[in-house]
Design a protein around this ligand. Structure first.
Ligand code: FAD
Length: 435
């Protein structure tokens, strides 16, 4: 084990592993440290891993579209892996239900500006592609115990927006393993079952980390990629007060339910954004449907003060909320009596846009606040972070002169300053998981 790394990365989720691979490509000796037993066992393993492009900001949509090409090119990007093989990108298409919300025009404008393929579907086309759907508008979403919840809807949806290149990645933990193996091939090292309890500094910059068993590991660069624990690591490093945009852990549930038998969701289904009804849903192995929350205003947010001690069992309330909403959209859905799904956490930033940045502590970097929407963007974010770290370590003052990052597939130049910890709260953001 190399205990003299050039860069320590706290966390071996999809973000930490992507940064490791990209830094090793630039000649850095990296060491990822994670308290869990292997890569991608944190919140990444519970990701719905949806790949979509309808972000509220131009930068967000450009980043998402760039990453589509990473997923298309995944085996080539990663290189050789062991017999577990590669995570697969299932390009089943993505459908946004329309109800005349003003955000729809913004999405269409951004798709046109960036050159993202889309089709506008009429209600009839939507009905043809999704014959099991009730295509009424349920806006605004209501809590399930509200007396109006089951009222007959009066208005139809107005159609759909279809992105043929949308989809999902079948195994987010395997995708993370792929990145870890790619980093290892370049000399990157990984230390598991190792909890960081201190971020040390000396001579005005970060100097290393201390583990719970007292081991000290020194490095001139330390990266916070600790997912929902990011705010704890920022406090250990003493950098949280210097961030205008902060991060917090948010509890989430995602549920699984069987598709009506007459519709083969895996073969004929799409990923659906159903903000009209407060949910999103996608195909899941075995003709199942996975349903998650689109963060409607009526649902309370479950902020987590201690990510090591949060309520990790499914709750009846959230199961009903999400599955009953899905049942309104798919009236033939049979609702099982026993809830099934996962409980996890998002690492949410103040404006639901990530912080990919340096910090006020020289040598300490932030890849945090992924806000439930950065699995898809991990490889591109790794490229952006590695470019930023390298530039800052070579003397660029990123706070004053933001690093510009040329993305490898689309050639777009992203201003890394968009993700600054010092930005004003981004008012263009949806302030939801949509970003
Ligand atoms: C339910 C759910 C659904 C999602 N769906 C989507 C989606 O459809 N599309 C999409 O793009 N994104 C989605 N996301 C978001 C995406 O999965 C996350 O943005 C991404 O996985 C975050 O990766 P990460 O590496 O930052 O965090 P993590 O995977 O949580 O990794 C952080 C790691 O840091 C380690 N760590 C923390 N503290 C310490 C410490 N003190 N010492 C050592 N190690 C430490 C943890 O053990 C963990 O392994 C979803 C997320 C969730 C939870």
């Amino acid at each position: 084990m190399n205990h003299k790394p050039d860069a320590i990365i706290i966390g071996s989720g999809i973000i930490g592993c992507a940064i490791a691979f990209e830094l090793t490509k630039r000649g850095y000796k990296t060491l990822n440290v994670d308290k869990l037993p292997t890569a991608g066992f944190g919140s990444t393993s519970n990701s719905c891993a949806i790949v979509r492009f309808h972000y509220s900001t131009l930068d967000g949509a450009q980043m998402a579209f760039e990453n589509y090409f990473y997923w298309k090119d995944w085996p080539n990007y990663i290189g050789a892996v062991d017999n577990r093989g590669y995570a697969k990108f299932v390009e089943c298409g993505f459908v946004i239900f329309r109800n005349n919300d003003p955000s729809e025009q913004n999405f269409l404008d951004l798709f046109a500006q960036i050159g993202i393929d889309y089709e506008e579907w009429s209600l009839e086309e939507l009905r043809e592609k999704f014959p099991i759907g009730d295509l009424h508008s349920f806006w605004p979403p209501q809590p399930v115990d509200d007396e109006t919840f089951w009222e007959d809807p009066a208005k139809p949806l107005t159609g759909g927006i279809y992105n043929p290149q949308g989809g999902y990645v079948n195994d987010p933990q395997l995708a993370t393993t792929n990145l870890m193996q790619a980093a290892q091939r370049n000399g990157g090292e990984f230390l598991f079952n190792a909890e960081v309890v201190d971020v040390r500094q000396g001579n005005g910059r970060v100097s290393g980390i201390t583990l719970s068993d007292g081991t000290q590991i020194d490095a001139p660069v330390v990266v916070n990629a600790a997912g929902p624990h990011s705010f704890i690591i920022n406090r250990l490093a003493g950098v949280e007060d210097g961030m205008k945009i902060k991060t917090n852990a948010l509890r989430r549930e995602v549920h699984h339910v069987a598709s009506p038998k007459r519709f083969n969701f895996n073969q004929d289904g799409f990923v659906f954004s159903d903000a009209d009804n407060g949910i999103y849903f996608r195909p899941e192995t075995g003709n199942n449907i996975l349903v998650g929350s689109a963060d409607p205003a009526c649902d309370p947010k479950e902020w987590v003060e201690n990510p090591d001690e949060y309520q990790s069992q499914l709750t009846d309330q959230l199961w009903k909320t999400q599955v009953y909403r899905l049942a309104r959209r798919i009236p033939e859905l049979e609702i099982p009596t026993k809830p099934s799904g996962i409980v996890s956490m998002y690492d949410v930033s103040s404006d639901w846009i990530p912080v990919y940045d340096q910090s006020d502590l020289p040598g300490f970097y932030l890849a945090v606040g992924t806000s439930g929407n950065q699995f898809k963007n991990a490889a591109g974010a790794g490229h952006l972070m590695a470019t930023l770290i390298d530039a800052v370590e070579k003397g660029q003052n990123h706070d004053v002169d933001p690093v510009q990052v040329t993305m490898p597939y689309t050639g777009v130049v992203l201003n890394a300053g968009f993700y600054s910890r010092l930005r004003e709260y981004n008012t263009e953001s949806s302030h939801t998981v949509m970003g």
